[in-house]
Design a binder for this molecule. Structure first.
Ligand SMILES: [Zn+2]
Ligand SMILES: [Zn+2]
Length: 224
């Protein structure tokens, strides 16, 4: 793999912050598959470029310019994923890698044309919100299915898109963004979670459930 670019770092910082609230050098090293010293070096560069603010012993924050760059690249990524699925016949488990490469190379005009062609979509195939051209982004659920304990009707809002085998597994279970599921119970001793999806019972391991993010159905209803 080529060494991660400025854009990759900015996107990783943005995502780490929205997943976990804060970011450490080690988080970034893990996410990008590089050493901690390499991250530290890039942090200095990103600070010089005024894309982040990073005071010693303080959390890394994106500046306004950094945030804008992150949302731009995320917009490219998510539009490209949807384009690959809808227009080119890719399946949802093999568009993430492709979009990771293409996102750095498309022009603003290309982006606008894809957006128009797809009818100004609001989410990628995995349920992640697509930022607007102006840089607004809808809230997305951080509530993992894995922490569910009580019976409840839930809406699958998004799933993690990085593991192709896991995406194929979700598809086979029917765990797809926009699908209503009923959490029935978790089997004893940290066993699988039992869901009812379209009248049939489905079991999902706690490990897979960690990559599924849900909303209560009531909130989903009032929003639409
Ligand atoms: Zn992706
Ligand atoms: Zn996606």
């Amino acid at each position: 793999m080529l060494s991660p670019s400025v854009e990759d770092y900015i996107k990783a910082i943005y995502k780490a912050r929205s997943d976990k609230g804060t970011i450490t050098t080690q988080d970034l090293a893990d996410r990008l598959g590089v050493s901690a010293p390499a991250v530290s070096k890039m942090m200095r560069r990103l600070t010089e470029l005024r894309l982040i603010s990073h005071a010693p012993y303080q959390a890394v924050e994106l500046t306004e310019a950094g945030e804008k760059m992150a949302l731009e690249i995320i917009r490219h990524h998510r539009l490209l994923e949807l384009y690959l699925v809808r227009a080119m016949g890719f399946t949802w488990d093999n568009v993430h890698e492709e979009a990771e490469r293409l996102e750095h190379h498309i022009s603003e005009e290309f982006e606008d044309r894809i957006d128009k062609l797809l009818g100004h979509p609001t989410a990628c195939p995995h349920g992640d919100p697509i930022p607007t051209r102006a840089g607004a982004i809808a809230r997305s659920s951080n509530r993992s299915l894995a922490v569910q304990r009580e019976p409840e009707r839930l809406m699958v809002q998004r799933v993690s898109d990085e593991d192709a085998a896991l995406l194929r597994h979700f598809k086979s279970l029917g765990v797809i963004p926009g699908t209503a599921v009923e959490f029935v119970r978790q089997e004893p001793f940290e066993g699988p979670l039992v869901l009812r999806i379209g009248g049939r019972l489905v079991r999902i391991t706690p490990q897979a459930a960690r990559e599924v993010f849900v909303d209560p159905v009531s909130r989903e209803d009032s929003r639409s």
